[in-house]
Write a protein that binds this ligand. Structure first.
Ligand code: IMP
Length: 191
């Protein structure tokens, strides 16, 4: 089986290729010569993931899947959610995003949050969705250097280390994305 993952993120490709081994051939956007900006203008993770997969299916004709992830913070009514990458503005970086979140949550007691990943799969003209989530809390300062995005301020439930302190191997075993990816792979191997 051959399927396109609508990403060029080497970490995501690596992660899923490790799980699928040689059972499914995962092609990246570069592998199919897609170098265009794919629209991500949805207002939910589901919409964005589907939009990306549909773009590839329509333009290139491949069966395809795409993911979208957000950090949902209870005290911020679920924000930044689908807007997580640009929480502090259009041209912000992860440090700006974390600083803004720490400011917004200053003095807040309820620091509960979750990462949620949605994967949309277009296979043989059918749509399927797979979801993974991990609960935790936003701590009051940054800790750790591994990972990316909000990892230094996210403490997963049941752990005393942030995602950035756990390191990639351990994080990739328990993460929102790992859970969604495993569900996708189980489905693909059955179909
Ligand atoms: P994407 O949909 O995977 O591009 O994720 C959107 C944004 O969510 C990223 O730019 C990060 O800010 C944040 N994010 C997604 N996954 C993670 C993660 O595993 N750790 C920390 N931040 C993440």
């Amino acid at each position: 089986m051959k399927i396109v993952f609508a990403t060029n993120n080497p970490h995501k490709l690596d992660e899923i290729r490790k799980i699928t081994e040689d059972k499914i051939e995962i092609l990246s956007l570069a592998d199919i010569n897609c170098f265009e900006e794919i629209p991500e203008t949805g207002t939910t993770l589901e919409e964005n993931a589907l939009m990306k997969a549909q773009f590839i299916k329509d333009k290139f004709g491949f069966d395809c899947f795409a993911d979208d992830t957000g950090l949902e913070v209870d005290a911020l009514d679920g924000a930044p959610g689908v807007y997580s990458s640009r929480y502090a503005g259009e041209s912000c970086n992860p440090q700006d995003n974390m600083e803004k979140m720490l400011r917004e949550l200053h003095g807040e007691e309820n620091r509960k949050a979750r990462f949620r990943t949605v994967i949309a799969l277009l296979l043989k003209d059918e749509q399927h969705f797979f979801e993974g989530e991990i609960g935790g809390e936003i701590i009051c300062e940054k800790r750790g250097t591994a990972g990316f995005g909000y990892d230094p301020i996210f403490l997963p439930d049941g752990y005393d280390k942030t995602f950035a302190e756990l390191g990639n191997d351990e994080k990739n075993r328990i993460s929102h994305r790992a859970i969604a990816t495993q569900k996708l792979v189980d489905f693909l191997l059955r179909n």
